[in-house]
Design a protein around this ligand. Sequence first.
Ligand code: ADE
Ligand code: ZN
Length: 352
Amino acid sequence: MREEAIMKTFIAGLPKVELHLHIEGSLEPELMFALAERNKIAIPYKNPDEVRQAYKFHNLQSFLDIYYQGAGVLINEQDFFDLTWAYLEHCHQDNVVHTEIFFDPQTHTDRGIAFETVINGIHRALEQGKEQWGITSRIIMCFLRHLDEESAFETLAQALPYKDKIIGVGLDSSEVGHPPQKFKRVFAQAIEHGFLTVAHAGEEGPAQNIIDALKLLKTTRIDHGIRCIDDEALMRQLIENRTPLTVCPLSNTCLKVFEVMAQHTIVELLRKGLCVTINSDDPAYFGGYMNDNFNAVAEAHPLTEQEIAQFSLNAIEASFISDKEKQRLSTQVHTYLDAFLKDSGKDQSARR
Ligand code: ADE
Ligand code: ZN
């Protein structure tokens, strides 16, 4: 087998953990059409292919405009179940064993959809995914940063009855012009209620947003964070603290954060000792789920199996599961890696 095919096989079988996935961003055009019909909602496309044609983005905002429009077909609890279930089918196919997913309550509550409808649909699907395939999960709700602080506070209040289903709060949407400090008070209140915190920072915005998200929002991991490379002191801090970055390679090239995958810095960050992970962000919009993201990185950057496995080990370390669960999943990864290297004659003993 050629090296590229070997890596593809290795990636396909590697147990993976996803930490950066917007459930609304997993809405495939086919499901969008089916839901539009079911809910009698007009959409400005004739067929799923036409929807895909519209997915030509030049920056984050050009994507967000289309993404929020797409979410308009989600109305009933069953729609949120179907959306989440379709994503879990991809997890099962891609050997994703644990996933921590985002949802954007305000995208739905602002259209008159009850918070309860959204969370119950998502949660029911995740429970079924655990039962049927053993895929474990957590739910994180994100505040839309282009909306005001008051709306975020209202959303936090709406979430309180569902605290048992939501592990943390996050911050997403348009980064430029909406820095972390805008949400300092609402994040402080979320922490008081026992939520963990994460935030998108340093995707399109500057390294300072990463510094501020860590300091002002007390986030335990950073979503994207790739602009950290511009600030040496920050880099040293991230390495020392093993602060996780949930990097999304295909998203970054689709939104022109990097022109091509060969320019992506994820491998450089990995080799410098940062806790970087690979994630799909909005797979229905950016051309691929977890395996596609791993393959895209491995095709553009020569990596060893150990390095690819390190992305999985980093994600396990960065996840919100118990230490015992982390241990169990890390053992799975090490067992898989060792067996693969042995079978392909690349392990140390075979070389002697
Ligand atoms: N919402 C969905 N995807 C996003 C991204 N990549 N950045 C910010 N907000 C988002
Ligand atoms: Zn994201």
